[in-house]
Write a protein that binds this ligand. Structure first.
Ligand SMILES: NC(=O)c1ccc[n+]([C@@H]2O[C@H](COP(=O)([O-])OP(=O)(O)OC[C@H]3O[C@@H](n4cnc5c(N)ncnc54)[C@H](O)[C@@H]3O)[C@@H](O)[C@H]2O)c1
Length: 345
């Protein structure tokens, strides 16, 4: 089966390729450069490294998990790129989840003032969200993603067959972003998730291809209209104001990003109703029902019980003060429409 393609018409345009068993195609593209290196994490590399067919490219491995989005690992990666004498016409292939994508993206933005990065996302979250759009970052002690750059990839290869090995928690995290994407897209996308929730949970590959394609098409369109998040792109932060506070208050890495976003989105619905912004009164219950069917928590209380994290109101309010996104709430109006509202604190 040949790959599906989506064009991203940013200042430097690029193509997303989606399919089954296609990840090795990225190395074909990488060989067009003067030299290539690969970045992955130890877990992904053990499970899927052979599928990339990296040949004699230098492979840099970081430990799996959020802790690798650090200056320490960034320096290690940059030193490795220098050791193998990559030059300005070389590229880095980022083969992993959002952590590897964000770290590899930032390393590529910095190395010799910028080389190309080819993104090969291996988690559902990275496939539907983080590999597209060019946001890259590492974390600081004072907060997540606080040191970063915009650096669009030169290409993205999305191979849904890699998702079969993802553990349920990480798959659920991707589903949180899938639901968010459908809420932003509108009735047709949301209804498809409602209709096929069980098949999606089973990771049916054909359905996954359709769903991932819908998410990246939507993200590509938003990114094209606002590459550096000056306006419309902020809509993608639906669920992130509280979501980031949840991640911070629980301790980074404890609650997966997309799970926190799903709970944040449900909270945004409640807030939207409270502030008179919500027009579709059935929407909160519909999102809650879908989340439940997809195995996502349906609110803060359930998240507290499941995770064992206290997530007190005071902790969350405190955590929100630190967030870059804290100044704005993205509130749903109806499926396919949100409004950005300044935070009253
Ligand atoms: N740049 C952006 O626009 C953007 C958007 C959303 C999230 N993010 C960032 O993405 C990160 C989260 O990404 P993530 O959820 O992919 O986390 P992750 O990269 O840590 O991956 C989660 C876990 O899944 C494992 N894994 C990856 N692929 C696998 C596979 N195919 N089979 C089995 N295991 C696999 C990893 O080893 C890791 O243990 C956060 O740091 C977040 O800030 C960035």
């Amino acid at each position: 089966m040949s790959a599906r393609t989506v064009q991203v018409r940013t200042a430097a345009p690029y193509e997303l390729r989606l399919g089954r068993g296609i990840v090795h195609e990225s190395m074909r593209a990488a060989r067009e450069y003067s030299a290539a290196a690969v970045l992955s994490d130890d877990h992904v590399w053990k499970l899927h490294g052979d599928k990339l067919q990296a040949g004699d490219a230098r492979v840099v491995i970081v430990p799996q998990g959020e802790r690798s989005k650090s200056f320490e690992q960034l320096e290690r990666v940059l030193d490795a790129l220098a050791e193998v004498r990559l030059d300005r016409r070389s590229c880095l292939v980022a083969f992993g989840g959002g952590v590897v994508g964000d770290l590899g993206g930032l390393a590529s933005a910095l190395f010799m003032r910028g080389i190309d990065v080819l993104q090969c996302p291996t988690t559902l979250l990275a496939q539907v969200d983080s590999s597209v759009g060019g946001k890259t970052a590492v974390n600081l002690r004072s907060g997540k993603n606080l040191a970063g750059a915009f650096h669009q990839p030169a290409g993205v290869w999305i191979d849904v067959d890699l998702l079969t090995t993802l553990d349920d928690q990480d798959y659920a995290s991707g589903l949180g972003e899938v639901v968010k994407s459908a809420v932003l897209a509108g009735e047709a996308d949301f209804a498809r998730l409602e209709q096929h929730a069980e098949a999606l949970l089973r990771r049916d590959p054909d359905l996954l291809l359709d769903v991932v394609e819908a998410c990246v098409r939507q993200k590509a369109a938003v990114v094209e209209s606002d590459e550096r998040e000056a306006g419309p792109r902020r809509a993608l932060n639906l669920g992130h104001t509280l979501g980031h506070a949840i991640e911070r208050a629980a301790g980074y890495g404890r609650i997966p990003h997309g799970v926190a976003v799903a709970v944040g989105m449900l909270h945004a619905c409640v807030r939207s109703a409270h502030e008179g912004v919500l027009q579709d009164r059935d929407l909160p219950a519909r999102i809650r029902r879908l989340c439940a069917r997809l195995g996502l928590p349906t609110g803060l209380d359930e998240l507290r019980t499941r995770s064992g994290a206290a997530l007190s109101e005071a902790e969350l309010a405190d955590a929100m003060q630190f967030d870059k996104k804290g100044a704005l709430w993205i509130l749903p109006v109806r499926l396919g429409e949100v409004r950005a509202v300044a935070s009253k604190g």
